[in-house]
Write a protein that binds this ligand. Structure first.
Ligand SMILES: Cc1ncc(COP(=O)(O)O)c(C=O)c1O
Length: 383
């Protein structure tokens, strides 16, 4: 008999919806991953690295050349100076980076502020460390950062706040004014760290520039910032990313990492070390994804759904205006229309339901066409 560390965790909605999608042969716009091919040049780079014998453990913090080139990229993009040996660790995905950051700083009894709707790993990562998530609600249609509510929740037990921009599931983005307001309210609480989840840094639309926390020196001093190669290079299955933090935080992060993953996949790091020097793959990414977002929204314009503005990420949410719960609506959609989505209530700890579903538009045009056709047909039939 074991005493579960995560007694409240069951099967996630992602598993449930994917199972239903399989069962009903549905088009899966539920889970967030691209269904188109990644760049062949990067695949070739990995094969070459393997053929060249780069198949053993690499450095614990990550392949040195990859870290050096990340430092150069981060300096160019965010004007943040970092030392490749002190401030970066390559991680097996951003999720691992978030877990490791939280594990580095949390003690039982600490509190962590989570803005909901939230990526599903945050709360279990806090709970497993014996700390308490303090959930604060962001609301449709803007999902604005609720500065006053955050300020009211801050206290001497608060150890961290998790911020995600561009945001999953809503596509909202943090602006400069938000970071400055966060900086101001955190001033009386110097023990509070920021975990900034920036996995969609290059998936940003409508002419907005990504506001990394690294652009704000006062905040960067207290932040762990996580990134994901999977999101940027269409290879979510690689589960490879990195974390950036100042030396005193990264020192603790590395202690946890050393006895957990120790190091990550070598050939992929070798290939990425060269590949990330090319700017086009990430400067063009937002434009490409914006086209897919617009294609989906245009195709569904005739439905009685209201799109929630999405300025980033893989996702477009729709307010579906149904009397039933968003979960039941999503189930009905997969069974009757043959399209899988995710009900946004799944991203709230207490299942707050605003009648909104999330669709992933990071798909081939053929996939989007097929989903649009099914949804339009279903909508006509049911209206
Ligand atoms: C907000 C957010 N953070 C982190 C991740 C996970 O990134 P990775 O696959 O690199 O662990 C995801 C993936 O869906 C995400 O949406």
């Amino acid at each position: 008999m074991i005493h579960s560390k995560l007694p409240g965790v069951g099967t996630t909605i992602f598993t449930t919806m994917s199972q239903l999608a399989n069962e009903y042969n549905a088009i899966n716009l539920g889970q967030g991953f691209p269904d188109f091919a990644m760049d062949e040049a990067l695949v070739e780079g990995v094969s070459k690295a393997m053929r060249d014998g780069m198949n053993q453990y690499t450095h614990m913090f990550g392949h040195p050349l990859l870290r050096k080139n990340i430092a150069a990229k981060v300096h160019t993009l965010y004007n943040y100076e970092l030392h490749p040996d002190e401030h970066i660790t390559i991680t097996p995905g951003a999720t691992y980076g978030i877990y490791t950051a939280l594990t580095s700083i949390l003690q039982p009894g600490d509190e962590v502020i989570v803005l909901e709707p939230a990526y599903d790993s945050y709360i279990p990562n806090i709970v497993i460390n014996g700390a308490t998530p303090v959930c604060i609600r962001m609301e449709p249609p803007n999902y604005a950062i609720p500065i006053q509510a955050i300020q009211a929740a801050l206290n001497t037990k608060t150890k961290a706040i998790i911020i995600n921009s561009p945001h999953n599931p809503t596509g909202s983005i943090v602006q400069e004014a938000d970071w400055l307001a966060i900086q101001e309210i955190l001033e009386p609480f110097p023990q509070v760290h920021i975990i900034s989840d920036e996995v969609y840094e290059h998936l940003i639309f409508d002419g907005y520039a990504h506001q990394s926390v690294l652009k704000f020196p006062e905040l960067a001093k207290k932040s762990f910032v996580v990134f994901s190669f999977g999101k940027t290079y269409h290879c979510t299955g690689w589960k490879l990313g990195y974390c950036i933090a100042p030396s005193h935080l990264m020192k603790e992060f590395k202690k946890v990492h050393q006895f957990n993953a120790f190091c990550c996949d070598t050939p992929k790091q070798v290939a990425l070390a060269d590949y990330i020097l090319q700017t086009e793959p990430y400067t063009e990414l937002g434009k490409d994804m914006q086209k897919r977002r617009d294609y989906l929204a245009k195709g569904l314009a005739g439905l009685p759904w209201t799109p929630i503005s999405s300025h980033g990420s893989y996702f477009q949410c729709f307010s579906v205006g149904s009397a039933m719960s968003d979960k039941l609506f999503a189930e009905k959609l997969v069974k009757e229309a043959g399209v899988a989505s995710i009900p946004v209530s799944a991203f709230y700890n207490k299942g707050d339901d605003f009648g909104i579903i999330r669709l992933c538009f990071a798909k081939k045009v053929e996939t989007l066409d097929a989903a649009i056709e099914r949804l339009v047909h279903w909508s006509r039939k049911t209206s």
